[in-house]
Ligand binder design. Structure first.
Ligand code: KIV
Length: 308
């Protein structure tokens, strides 16, 4: 079950005089509405979660984008519940302050309410997620309501829905005309009405995202949705230059970590080849001198001819 360190309410907690970092909770996320300060990023493992936490981000999404940027799939559709649970546990081991939200993979909320609840409960109990995210607007409100009634906070996701790639025939920006903009707004309002504490707006024009943000009383988190949302989210690997292949237009890359790794591996390779790795300080010395012929003796005992 969960390896998340749990702070007891009674006894054994940290001494009151030691200030603890103010952990981000669902109510704290709600309270960021209108402030444009909600900073979110994805992470899928302990080292990256630690770095995202250290950098001061408020919310870590263990996104199903992991299927693309970690596991090398072309779409997010093949990610399993067990894979996201495992990634969420790794993130929870390292992230202390941010709220950790786990994505519900394709197929884990498409069968029935019971199945959805069971799967979301696993994300919370086994993964340690503090909330779940699922894609879709008006078609998902009954699921969001049931999850919220079961005390599982839900982050909505409307606009471009990567899990709908097959029904949409590709990744298509939503809300580009009046009819589509009204659909995005209706979906966002429905998700809020159903009880979501925040909603991701993906792949919608800036003006539409800004209007949706004004209509909603919960924070909107944009990705490819312009600067008018309450918060922003990007995929970790895109930001640091670790995702292979062309990045979407909305990505801003702040580092080229792949190039740093390429340089390091190329140096290691030549050091291995020319024998300069490992050197003496990277090797273990003896604590006593070996007697002459110690190895010959062993070979004799193994009935082999010693190589002299
Ligand atoms: O899986 C993911 O990374 C996401 C973000 C794009 C919001 O859903």
């Amino acid at each position: 079950m969960s390896e998340t360190p749990e702070k007891p309410i009674y006894g054994n907690g940290p001494p009151a005089e030691i200030p603890q970092p103010a952990k981000v909770t669902v109510p704290r996320v709600r309270a960021t509405k209108g402030k444009r300060t909600l900073l979110c990023l994805t992470a899928y493992d302990s080292p990256t979660a630690r770095l995202v936490d250290e950098a001061g981000f408020d919310l870590i999404l263990v996104g199903d984008s992991m299927a693309n940027v970690v596991l090398g799939h072309a779409t997010t559709l093949k990610l399993s519940l067990d894979q996201i649970i495992s990634a969420t546990r790794a993130v929870k081991r390292a992230a202390d302050r941010p709220l950790v939200v786990a994505d519900m993979p394709f197929g884990t909320y498409h069968v029935s309410i019971e199945d959805t609840l069971r799967n979301a409960l696993r994300l919370v109990r086994e993964g340690g997620a503090q909330a779940v995210k699922l894609e879709g607007g008006r078609t998902r409100t009954h699921l969001i309501q049931s999850l919220v009634e079961a005390d599982i906070p839900v982050m909505g996701h409307v606009g471009l829905l990567p899990q709908s790639i097959n029904s949409e025939g590709g990744y298509r920006i939503q809300g580009k005309n009046l009819e589509s903009a009204r659909q995005v707004l209706a979906d966002a309002l429905a998700v809020e009405e159903a009880g979501a504490f925040a909603v991701v707006l993906e792949g919608v024009p800036t003006e539409v995202a800004a209007v949706v943000t004004r209509h909603l009383s919960i924070p909107t988190v944009g990705i490819g949705a312009g600067a008018g949302t309450d918060g922003q989210i990007l995929v970790f690997h895109d930001v640091v230059g670790l995702s292979m292949g062309p990045a979407p237009k909305f990505v801003r890359r702040y580092a080229d970590v792949a190039d740093v790794i390429r340089g390091a591996l190329s140096e290691l390779r030549s050091d291995m080849l020319d024998g300069s790795f490992p050197n003496e300080s990277e090797s273990y010395p003896m604590s006593e001198a070996l007697p002459e012929g110690w190895d010959i003796d062993v070979e004799t005992r193994l009935n082999r001819e010693p190589e002299l």
